[in-house]
Design a protein around this ligand. Structure first.
Ligand code: ADE
Length: 243
């Protein structure tokens, strides 16, 4: 997958070039093309924004440099604008992009909004949540990370197993490693029992418990297996007995 990013701050993108994603970049599992759309301005001061028609505070990013930067790309693929008014990004979207798209192009704004005609050049407007950041760079990096880690050969086996569990629609179960006891805090017995059936059941139950307590919305439209229904009943009883 080739990912183009149109940004005024290409230097911000180092986090995608280290660790797992950096190695995958070196191994050509994906490709990152950072384009500074200020390079496509034609005036002496290299302006990328101007005051809004109709008046009002703030500045608006102009269409011309962004359109020229888009036209300079070999292949655009799906064009995505990151903005708080977009639909909210999620794991499903990352999976769809990873599975179905050859190329992606992100357009990052900074401080100010885009001329409406820029939105009209995009295939999707996507937000990372109901809060406002100073620019589209961090949202773009989050979306790229979530998408690229799903591409074949980017993660090792151990990490893809972690992925599995979120795509089953539940939050993670708790994990522990040595020591078995630290300052009185103990690892649950069952995990050291060697009984794989019991361990799997405990993990499913704790994933259900975490989801029920922190993200009950994820359980709303879920079809439960008989085992999940039984465990959920147990969890609810345990919670009632605690109160
Ligand atoms: N740009 C500024 N805030 C944003 C957000 N929450 N999501 C996507 N892009 C943004």
């Amino acid at each position: 997958m080739k990912i183009n990013v149109l940004t005024l701050f290409p230097d911000m993108f180092t986090p995608l070039q280290v660790s797992m994603l950096g190695r995958a970049l070196e191994d050509k599992k994906w490709d990152l093309n950072l384009v500074n759309f200020r390079d496509f301005t034609t005036d002496v001061h290299h302006h990328v924004d101007d005051t809004p028609y109709g008046g009002g505070a703030g500045m608006v990013l102009q269409i011309m440099p962004i359109k020229k930067a888009l036209d300079s790309l070999e292949k655009k693929g799906k064009v995505i604008i990151t903005a708080p008014q977009g639909k909210t990004f999620n794991q499903k979207m990352a999976k769809r992009w990873a599975d179905e798209e050859q190329d992606l192009t992100f357009i990052c704004g900074h401080y100010e909004g885009f001329d409406q005609r820029v939105y009209e050049m995009a295939d999707e407007v996507v937000s990372i949540g109901d809060y406002v950041l100073t620019g589209g760079e961090l949202p773009t990096m989050s979306m790229i990370d979530a998408t690229v880690r799903l591409l074949p050969g980017v993660l090792g086996n151990s990490a893809s197993a972690v992925e599995e569990s979120f795509s089953h629609g539940l939050l993670e179960y708790p994990q522990y490693t040595r020591p078995a006891e630290f300052e009185g805090m103990k690892v649950p017995e069952v995990l050291m029992s060697g009984n794989h059936g019991k361990i799997a059941e405990w993990r499913l139950k704790e994933a259900l418990r975490n989801t029920l307590l922190r993200r009950p919305d994820l359980l709303e439209n879920r079809e439960f297996t008989p085992e999940e229904s039984k465990l959920l009943t147990e969890i609810k009883l345990e919670l009632e007995n605690k109160n």
